[in-house]
Write a protein that binds this ligand. Sequence first.
Ligand code: SF4
Length: 367
Amino acid sequence: MVGRRRGIKAVYPEPMRDVPAFRRKLLDWYDAQGRDLAWRVGPRDQARGFRADPYRVWLSEVMLQQTTVPHATPYFLRFTTVWPTVRDLAAADDGEVMAAWAGLGYYARARNLLACARAVVERHGGDFPDTEAELLGLPGVGAYTAAAVAAIAFDRPANVVDGNVERVVSRLYAVETPSPASKTELKSLAARLVEADRPGDWAQALMDLGATVCRPRGPLCDRCPVAPDCAAFARGDQDSFPRKAPKAARPRRHGVAWLIEDAGRIVLIRRPAKGLLGGMLGLPTSEWRAQPFSDEEAVALAPVAGPWRDQGVIEHVFTHFALSLRVYRAKAVAPRGSLLGEPDDLGALPSVFLKAARLGLKAPGSG
Ligand code: SF4
């Protein structure tokens, strides 16, 4: 069945005719099966009058941008034990915060964390602002974090869209636009499900569905509370969403590497400081070009004359191209001033040269 939604040009299969009923199903599921997280005030505790602490919500969201829930949880517990409020964190020693952050990834995030805590104290008297617009004005707070804190801590009807939510929405609506071009479209679709009723729980319900049921691979549709509303499930191809743009084929380059053995040691060169593998050790090589090298060229271009023997080709994939590197081996006197390495010490070479050296050192006919 196909339906056209107001304000969105694309035509989607009709995933849900009744958004309020859809929301009810997902919120009921969240009430019964939402995750118990260290920073979360779940529906039962909310009913007992507890409210989410904006500091804890913000801190958890910053940590979760770096890592998974199981990895972030001990860090969260340590931070909130040592610095239980945003004022405590703002007054903390920079070095201590950096040390506590170690293992959580980019230190720039920890620096922004401190800058944000201090801005909350200096500009807002120690209380997090309660609107997306004001939250966005804080250091290191982007659109996602601002929406998450506004919804979860202040029950603002913000549209909170992380990778989990994008995946769920792409399946619910069977969105054909490949990622990342689909981002705006997914956000618009997610926005249609946000209402003023329980926006914080709604955001967390969608996140939980994505994290525990609508998983990246092998979604557990038989346990999904909204399976009857899901367009991808109806088609039976839920695993194929989110659609991905086909990867551009990598261009192939060809090169020659020369393994020169001088009295049992291997000639190495230090690569130019600038460029690919800059400043690293490697075997002497030709340029890496689009056309393969002939045997005559490989011998003529070799850094020394020798009884060159073709040892075969290794394949290596760099980010922007694939390399076929033909390896030649000869026993010869190393050019004056050469670096020489022991065959047993070649493990420190970049992997492309390690592969080439291993192939070069194989006895002829050893496969
Ligand atoms: Fe995801 Fe399956 Fe639920 Fe659709 S039915 S939302 S694919 S878990």
